[in-house]
Design a protein around this ligand. Structure first.
Ligand code: ADP
Ligand code: ZN
Length: 725
């Protein structure tokens, strides 16, 4: 190649053409450094006909500076990047960025320097050094990461290096990961499991020529052993020397997965998520692109990495909404995983006990092959589900647990079994007000109440992170000791449990308490060993865990999720309660679930109580069909925001005023978004409901691209939105 076109990572720059110096070996997909004025930019060599740009005459081309020592991004990945940018109306460069590692990783492997405590204990210490000494016990990371961990400046830590309190350690970034062994500990599969596993294994084999796209929906009840089934397919890929990507919805679940993986394959998998240390990230990225990483387990960001030799993709808990990214590139990792498998000619397994309606529909239509595991493994039965009508079985004043739930918890405690209480609300109380004047604590940056957190003694906004200490007096009327907590959060339920069952050992499981891997590992170990009697948690405890002694699940407020009234409210409620119910009775002892509700007649609650999943899916499918909602029709959202309310409204009106008038597309709004103020930005929203026949993305681009807005206005397009706030 003599001349190349680059995709660069600054959308304002667009696309740039360069000359290739004589000795430089360049292919499509090569990652290069190019000059731009006095600066240097990173770019990917792209097929010129796929990136429109102004032709630059030969004589004006500047030469590339350097080709980075990494394999070129494969053509199939480049096509996936283009598809994603096109489908989600996102800049190509933002999508491509997700495939690349850090600059350091692109520059090559080699070594990195990290620091750790030397163990020296000086006689006198500044308070900052003392704090750092305390916080950094057992840690090893870069100075920047340690500074963040310890909450001190990098300067303080550099001083400590000088004083001999911290020492440098050289980390080899190219040291290989230990090899996973497909036959390390092979379980005896049940008949159903074996049948499923055999199908997956043959699909992995059949894809070895890169032409084996095979999407599966592994639809197995909670506790059916879905993991063991797809582990067989992982083992086959390992035998064939191919890489596997397992996507999990949350980092919190990886801890559990890691241990199971290690148990089965003898070594842990390679991790990829946003809280890896920079050296771990570099090491993982390089081993992924060079083909040395065998099995990568990650959050959705692992999806776009340039695997050298991918052979299988698994999306576990595939129904989870957290696969949808709601900032930056607004993509759904579950859906893009299937597209990647299609481009690469691979099998992809979507595993869930409560598949998304969209996935069910694709299975019905014969596009996904559905593999069912209708029974729990080892003869365990699904739990019995009972409804507690809160209008008739009223909790005591100021309490939230109905007498029947309390009785059942007492019985479990006496028998040495575990209970789990589920309420999807962090903190102590969702609303705090003044008893005297009615003042309500509200976030100054968001349309949201501040949530009281008793442990940290603060009022916090769950949207922007704004926090204030709980004041002694009302800020409005000045009355002292007048604040009342309204409604329950998990902390308040934990208080109630402590009052009712003072001898019970409890664990509170929320993102506030389980904010690092060690905390999660410790919780899981304690719960498994029976050192916890009552677990109280948010959605974090609803999935993945397997505690054999857990025989009672109490859902504190089944109506909570239905109140928001968004498109998927019923489905989400069904999934959440079915998943948390699925934690009960997974061992030898039968499980029981009590669902507290004020609407026992609601279709979702009735379906849960009767264990009639089909009835729920059928009813929900019809409702969606009538509403032209996904998967029968499509939605898109346009969110217009600015710090200036007038400016945001004017921009939203300008968009609304130029809306195309098409028979297969309905434009609603603009209207203030339910969260009309978020992180200090005023938000307006337009919703588009389109028939499947509509050319949604094309129409959106033709509509929005010509419009110009003031600098402070942001216009975000959300295709197939999950969040309607
Ligand atoms: P699911 O993900 O379908 O809810 P899991 O894969 O977590 O189910 O399996 C539930 C439990 O049963 C796990 O502890 C798992 O190790 C165990 N299990 C499943 N299948 C087998 C098997 N064939 N042999 C031994 N243990 C199994
Ligand atoms: Zn806020």
């Amino acid at each position: 190649m003599k001349r190349v076109r680059l995709l660069v990572f600054n959308t304002a720059l667009g696309v740039l053409d360069y000359r290739v110096p004589e000795a430089m070996a360049i292919e499509f997909g090569s990652v290069v450094i190019a000059p731009l004025g006095p600066r240097q930019v990173l770019g990917i060599v792209w097929e010129p006909e796929r990136l429109s740009a102004q032709e630059v005459p030969e004589s004006k081309l500047r030469p590339l500076l350097e080709a980075l020592p990494v394999p070129p991004l494969p053509a199939r990945l480049r096509r996936l990047i283009e598809w994603t940018a096109d489908y989600y109306c996102a800049p190509l460069s933002s999508v491509a960025r997700m495939a690349l590692g850090s600059m350091a990783a692109l520059r090559g492997g080699g070594t990195a320097t990290e620091y750790r405590l030397t163990g020296q204990e000086p006689a006198r210490l500044t308070p900052q050094r003392a704090a750092a000494l305390d916080a950094l016990q057992g840690e090893q990371a870069s100075i920047r990461e340690l500074a963040e961990l310890a909450g001190v400046s990098e300067g303080v830590l550099r001083g400590m290096v000088g004083a001999g309190l911290l020492e440098p350690v050289t980390v080899d970034l190219d040291r290989p990961y230990p090899a996973a062994r497909p036959g390390f500990a092979v379980p005896q599969l049940s008949e159903d499991q074996r049948a499923a596993a055999e199908i997956f294994v043959s699909a992995v084999r059949a894809s070895s020529d890169g032409d084996g796209f095979a999407p599966f929906l592994l639809d197995g009840v909670t506790g059916s052993g879905k993991t063991e089934c797809y582990f067989d397919a992982v083992a086959e890929a390992l035998r064939l020397g191919r890489q596997v990507l397992v996507l999990l919805p949350e980092i919190a679940l990886t801890e559990n997965f890691l241990r199971r993986f290690e148990h089965r394959f003898g070594v842990p998998p390679v991790l990829w998520h946003s809280s890896l240390k920079s050296s771990e990230r570099r090491r993982a990225w390089r081993s992924i692109v060079l083909g040395a990483a065998q099995v990568v387990v990650g959050a959705r960001s692992a999806l776009f990495l340039p695997y050298a030799n991918l052979g299988l993709i698994v999306v576990d808990e595939a129904h989870e909404v957290s696969f949808k990214q709601d900032d930056g590139v607004r993509y759904n990792a579950r859906d893009v995983a299937v597209i990647r498998a299609k481009f690469e000619g691979l099998p992809v397994i979507l595993a869930s006990a409560t598949p998304a309606l969209e996935s069910m529909q694709l299975a019905e239509a014969g596009i996904y092959r559905k593999i069912a595991l209708p029974d729990r493994f080892g003869g365990a039965r699904l739990p019995e589900i009972h409804v507690v009508d809160l209008r008739k079985e009223v909790p005591e004043r100021g309490r939230w647990l109905a007498p029947r739930l309390v009785e059942e918890m007492k019985a479990r405690l006496e028998r040495g079994e575990q209970s789990l209480l589920f309420l999807n609300r962090r903190g102590y109380a969702p609303l705090t007000l003044c008893r005297n004047c009615g003042y309500r604590f509200q976030c100054p940056n968001c349309t949201a109440w501040l949530v009281e957190h008793r442990f940290s003694r603060r009022l916090a906004c769950h949207h922007c992170g704004h926090e204030v200490p709980v004041p002694d007096a009302c800020p409005d009327c000045g009355t002292a000791d007048c604040l009342v907590a309204c409604g329950p959060g998990v902390e308040r339920i934990a208080d109630e449990v402590a009052e009712i069952l003072p001898e019970a050992r409890t664990a509170l499981v929320t993102s506030d308490t389980m904010n690092h891997p060690e905390a999660i590992a410790e919780f899981v170990a304690m719960a498994e060993s029976g050192a916890i009697d009552v677990i109280i948690g948010t959605q974090l405890v609803t999935k993945g865990y397997h505690f054999p002694e857990l025989t009672l699940v109490g859902v504190i407020d089944a109506d909570l999720g239905l109140e928001g009234g968004d498109l998927r409210a019923a489905e989400r409620t069904y999934q959440q309660i079915a998943q948390v119910a699925g934690r009960a009775g997974r061992g030898a002892k039968p499980g029981e679930v009590l669902i507290q509700t004020r609407h026992p007649e609601a279709a979702v609650i009735a379906a849960l109580a009767n264990g009639d999943r089909d009835a729920f899916y059928t009813a929900e499918t019809e409702a969606r069909r009538d509403a032209g909602a996904p998967p029968f029709g499509r939605w898109a959202a346009i969110i217009v925001s600015s710090e200036d309310q007038t400016e945001a409204l004017a921009a939203a009106r300008a968009i609304g005023g130029t809306a195309p008038n098409l028979p297969d597309m309905l434009v609603l709004g603009p209207a203030p978004a339910p969260l009309s103020l978020l992180r200090g930005r005023h938000r307006f929203r337009l919703l588009i409901n389109a028939r499947r026949s509509a050319e949604l993305q094309k129409t959106l681009r033709a509509w929005l691209d010509p419009l110009q807005f003031p600098r402070g206005v942001r216009v975000n397009i959300d295709i197939d939105p999950y969040s309607f706030v």
